[in-house]
Design a protein around this ligand. Structure first.
Ligand SMILES: Cc1cc2nc3c(=O)[nH]c(=O)nc-3n(C[C@H](O)[C@H](O)[C@H](O)COP(=O)(O)OP(=O)(O)OC[C@H]3O[C@@H](n4cnc5c(N)ncnc54)[C@H](O)[C@@H]3O)c2cc1C
Ligand SMILES: NC(=O)c1ccc[n+]([C@@H]2O[C@H](COP(=O)([O-])OP(=O)(O)OC[C@H]3O[C@@H](n4cnc5c(N)ncnc54)[C@H](O)[C@@H]3O)[C@@H](O)[C@H]2O)c1
Length: 472
């Protein structure tokens, strides 16, 4: 049996693993990257990129429904060739995957990039393969970056390919006539709405009374009202599925629907099946995960680090990249340096965008929090765009006026969420923000209006004119 020694072993060549590998390279350390499953990253293969490509096609096609208002004729006759649309999604996906592979593992020799599943024998001893083919790797430190997989309950797996997940949806050449979307979190809303706009008869189910993981009841109610205009949502009861002829029947309380297929979007579970994490010798939680520090990414007090979706916590791309960097930095340098994490930022690319930034509404104390609100209905630019729907709510500290969070559903939310996130991370107050320029007519004027509303409720007021600082 072969055994070799490296400074750092990285398990998983997704965004987090590649980011960790860059740190090992930078530190001039020997390393090995081990990846089971398809390389090319979840983001490019089956995640961010194909989903956004599908959303774009759906949104552009849906836009035709507005064109009659401007006197643009012929929009009713527009049709969509689903096969071509899916080919376009797949072509774009392949471009993104190729780009990742070209810039990462394509030219890596076999001894640096092992394509197989790794498992722990000891905290710093890994095995790859089995029997006579087993290879062992002794590492100074290990980074676990094995990502996550769609959660499909065992009972539903017996329905085979009638259950779609994001691992299979983008592969389809044609779309089913009807789909029940079970789980209306990020994936369910983004893709449920897209499928509906591409002509599929969609019915949505979520066991919670809110959608998209929203915590602010005002924003959630607005989101439900807007989405329900497009396709029916059944909320507050867990859905179950049974066979129904050639299709499936989805039932939640008194609601039931027969469909060709179900999109199962009830969350993603950490990929730990192959890892034999019990060999780490530390207690594992109910999901089978070891304890770790979110600022050092260190697992217990071991020379083992964890990063990306496998942590089961911040399952989004830029956080996976940051965690890979932290884990790789500490693993390669033998350090336990703690790094400040970025202000939370969540963007759901459904239309209008649903966003959550900073501290969540239900975690704030109403007695010390000022809430500023704007509805998009009268916002000039939104009206011109034909997208004046939704609501934006900012949360500020009542005493010092510091911005703490935001939830919204509205046009160009992806951009507004970034602005608010950057301001929170910079520690800016509502008064300071109102002294920044706002052009006219732009969507940012909606944020300005919400800030004015919050400003009226905070104690910290600007000296002189609200919008202009006096010269010294
Ligand atoms: C449909 C969808 C849309 C998304 N959209 C967005 C978005 O718009 N914006 C955003 O920020 N995030 C989005 N995300 C989330 C984002 O894609 C993930 O957070 C990110 O890709 C996670 O990267 P990772 O490196 O942790 O995991 P991955 O990229 O999954 O990499 C893990 C790798 O480890 C391999 N592996 C597993 N077990 C082992 C083992 N034992 N040994 C060796 N290798 C192993 C896997 O095969 C995989 O190649 C989306 C996700 C999905 C599913
Ligand atoms: N735009 C983005 O950033 C983006 C896009 C897609 C995915 N992602 C990432 O992927 C992860 C997984 O997404 P997801 O949407 O699968 O998970 P999620 O956790 O966001 O939502 C799952 C939903 O399923 C519901 N649910 C669970 N069991 C149910 C049942 N039996 N019946 C009805 N409803 C049920 C839950 O109440 C929840 O609302 C997210 O955490 C997100 O970070 C991000």
């Amino acid at each position: 049996m072969q055994e070799r020694t490296v400074d750092v072993a990285i398990i998983g060549s997704g965004t987090a693993g590649l980011s960790a590998m860059a740190q090992a390279r930078k530190a001039g350390k020997s390393f090995v990257l081990i990846n089971g499953g398809e390389p090319g990253t979840t983001c490019a293969r089956v995640g961010c990129m194909p989903s956004k490509a599908m959303i774009q096609v759906a949104e552009d096609y849906h836009r035709r429904t507005h064109l009659g208002k401007y006197g643009i004729d012929g929009h009713e006759a527009m049709t969509l060739d689903i096969t071509e649309a899916m080919e376009h999604v797949q072509d774009l996906r392949d471009t993104f995957v190729d780009r990742v592979l070209t810039n990462s593992t394509d030219d890596m020799p076999e001894d640096l990039f092992i394509q197989d599943y790794a498992r722990f024998l000891e905290p710093t001893l890994l095995a790859v393969g089995s029997g006579e083919d087993e290879r062992r790797i002794r590492a100074g430190a290990v980074v676990i970056a094995t990502g996550s997989t769609p959660l499909v309950p065992a009972a539903w797996r017996s329905f085979g390919d009638k259950i779609l997940t994001t691992d299979t949806l983008f592969e389809l050449e044609d779309l089913p006539a009807s789909v029940a979307v079970v789980g209306l979190g990020t994936i369910g809303l983004e893709l449920g709405q897209s499928l509906h706009r591409l002509g599929v008869k969609v019915t949505g189910f979520d066991q919670q009374a809110r959608i998209a993981g929203l915590r602010d009841p005002v924003v959630s109610d607005a989101a439900i009202a807007l989405m329900q205009k497009e396709f029916p949502l059944h909320l507050g009861v867990a859905a179950d599925i049974e066979a129904d002829g050639d299709g499936l029947r989805v039932r939640a309380g008194e609601h039931a629907v027969s469909v060709e297929r179900v999109l199962c979007s009830i969350g993603r579970v950490p990929n730990i099946g192959h890892l034999a994490l019990e060999s780490l010798g530390v207690p594992l939680d109910a999901r089978g995960l070891p304890p770790f520090d979110a600022n050092t990414m260190q697992v217990a007090d071991l020379p083992v680090f964890i990063a990306g979706d496998v942590t089961g916590q911040r399952q989004i791309l830029h956080e996976a990249g940051d965690e890979g960097k932290i884990a790789g930095f500490n693993a390669a340098r033998g350090e336990r340096r703690a790094f400040r994490r970025k202000t939370p930022l969540h963007i759901n690319f459904c239309d209008p965008n649903i966003c959550a930034v900073g501290e969540r509404f239900d975690a704030l104390d109403p007695a010390t929090t000022a809430v500023g609100e704007i509805k998009f209905a009268p916002v000039g630019r939104a009206l011109i765009m034909g997208k004046n729907r939704g609501v934006l709510r900012v949360y500020a500290d009542k005493a010092d006026g510091r911005l703490r969070g935001m939830e919204m559903i509205g046009p160009k939310g992806e951009h507004l969420a970034h602005l608010v996130c950057w301001c929170i991370q910079q520690g800016l107050t509502v008064g300071e923000l109102l002294r920044l320029p706002f052009y006219h007519p732009v969507i940012e004027e909606a944020l300005q209006a919400a800030l004015y509303d919050a400003y009226a409720k905070v104690d910290a007021k600007n000296e002189g004119l609200t919008e202009l600082a006096p010269l010294p």
